[in-house]
Design a protein around this ligand. Structure first.
Ligand code: SF4
Length: 387
């Protein structure tokens, strides 16, 4: 096969995107030596294939996957990268009764599932105790309604309660550096507590989808490789990688934008470490040119899912001879990642391959750019919220 740098030069939207050629050639060598169930497949989740406009995202089935916080905007931890700001736009349900009412309203409005989360106590636990019977009731009454739960740290007893409540996916951030836990999270817990949480969750029948937040240590990579080792010891159903977006960092501890090359190297290490489970790149990553660089490395490393890919990524994957799928999922996938990772891969994907080809041709006119490039389509496309 042609060297990958030459391949990227054929992808017009990548013009001006600065890729590290030594890294790209190293990735090519490493990728070509890989084997595993998940190597070679990639699914793009995007409202439409064309570079989507903000207006399209805003109007796109926002209620399909509401995020619900059982503490409203309250969080004791006030981590440096978040300061509880992530909770602010969520729907509050501070009591089990509120949750029941809210879910019924959301389902009536067309919601397919929800993320349930909340602020932490000082021990990085979300206090769900009073809510489990209601969650069970929701799953009994609306079995098709998917529930992804942000677990935070748990012991075995809590993991079992989560399992019994019937949730569809359990997610947690795996942090592999003590300094990050102490400094960014202001937390008196250990790396081992994070590993134990993963171990307990994986030992249940729950579908577990941990996240690694790349650059969580003020924009530097520190515990990410250790987090990978922890995940290798307790293999979950899928892993979501996100790149830190530190909008709320305090002035005295600013975050730098993570180096895209280092992120790319980590993608490759993650792929090599976990060749048999789906690896997804979640929505969160810094915008602009660095996003195009990060996405290019994600495609090259062989991540299996990219939410909201930069322009040119589908073409790049096709030119790298990957099995390409495209799911016109709506904007709400930001919080549906966990369920998506484990449920859509072999399900009826929503693909309009004709549209993809037409748009590529329009952009590359007069030559049909995708002629001869293999793209896998699903035989039974289904309608999606973005139509
Ligand atoms: S515990 Fe979660 S919600 Fe609270 S500040 Fe930290 S990241 Fe944000």
């Amino acid at each position: 096969m042609m060297d990958w740098i030459s391949v990227t030069e054929q992808v017009e939207p990548l013009e001006g995107v600065l890729l590290d050629s030594a890294l790209v050639s190293d990735m090519q060598q490493r990728y070509e030596a890989l084997s595993g169930n998940r190597v070679g497949k990639v699914n793009f989740y995007t409202p439409t294939f064309k570079a989507y406009a903000t207006s399209e995202i805003a109007g796109c089935g926002k209620s399909a996957w509401p995020a619900v916080s059982i503490t409203g905007g309250d969080c004791k931890l006030q981590c440096d990268h978040c300061k509880a700001k992530i909770l602010e736009p969520m729907l509050p349900a501070r009591t089990p009764e509120d949750l029941w009412k809210l879910v019924n309203e959301q389902i009536a409005g067309g919601a397919q599932g929800m993320l349930i989360t909340g602020g932490s106590n000082y021990r990085n636990e979300v206090e769900y105790n009073a809510f489990y019977p209601t969650i069970r009731r929701i799953k009994d009454q609306f079995p098709a309604f998917k529930i992804a739960m942000h677990t935070a740290l748990v012991d075995m007893d809590i993991a079992r309660r989560m399992e019994d409540s019937g949730i569809d996916a359990a997610m947690m951030d795996v942090i592999g550096a003590q300094d990050t836990i102490s400094q960014v999270y202001h937390l008196r817990r250990t790396v081992d507590d994070f590993e134990k949480t993963l171990e307990y969750l994986v030992s249940t029948s729950l579908k577990v989808v941990p996240h690694i937040v790349i650059g969580l240590h003020y924009g530097e990579l520190l515990g990410e490789w250790n987090a990978l080792e922890m995940i290798k010891r307790h293999v979950p159903q899928a892993v979501v990688l996100v790149v830190v977006m530190p909008f709320y960092a305090p002035e005295h501890r600013p975050f730098v934008t993570p180096d895209s090359g280092e992120v790319g190297r980590f993608f490759m290490d993650a792929r090599a470490a976990l060749p048999d489970i789906p690896l997804l790149l979640g929505c969160a990553r810094p915008p602009g040119r660095v996003k195009a660089e990060i996405d290019s490395y994600a495609v090259m490393a062989g991540l299996n899912g990219l939410a909201h890919p930069s322009d040119g990524m589908v073409e790049l994957a096709a030119r790298l001879q990957r099995d390409v799928r495209v799911t016109p999922a709506c904007c709400s996938i930001a919080i549906g990642d966990e369920v998506m990772a484990i449920e859509t891969e072999d399900a009826g994907l929503q693909i309009d391959i004709e549209q993809i080809i037409a748009q590529e041709r329009a952009r590359k006119s007069p030559v049909g750019a995708l002629g001869g490039i293999r793209i896998v389509t699903d035989s039974q496309p289904t309608g999606g919220c973005c139509g």
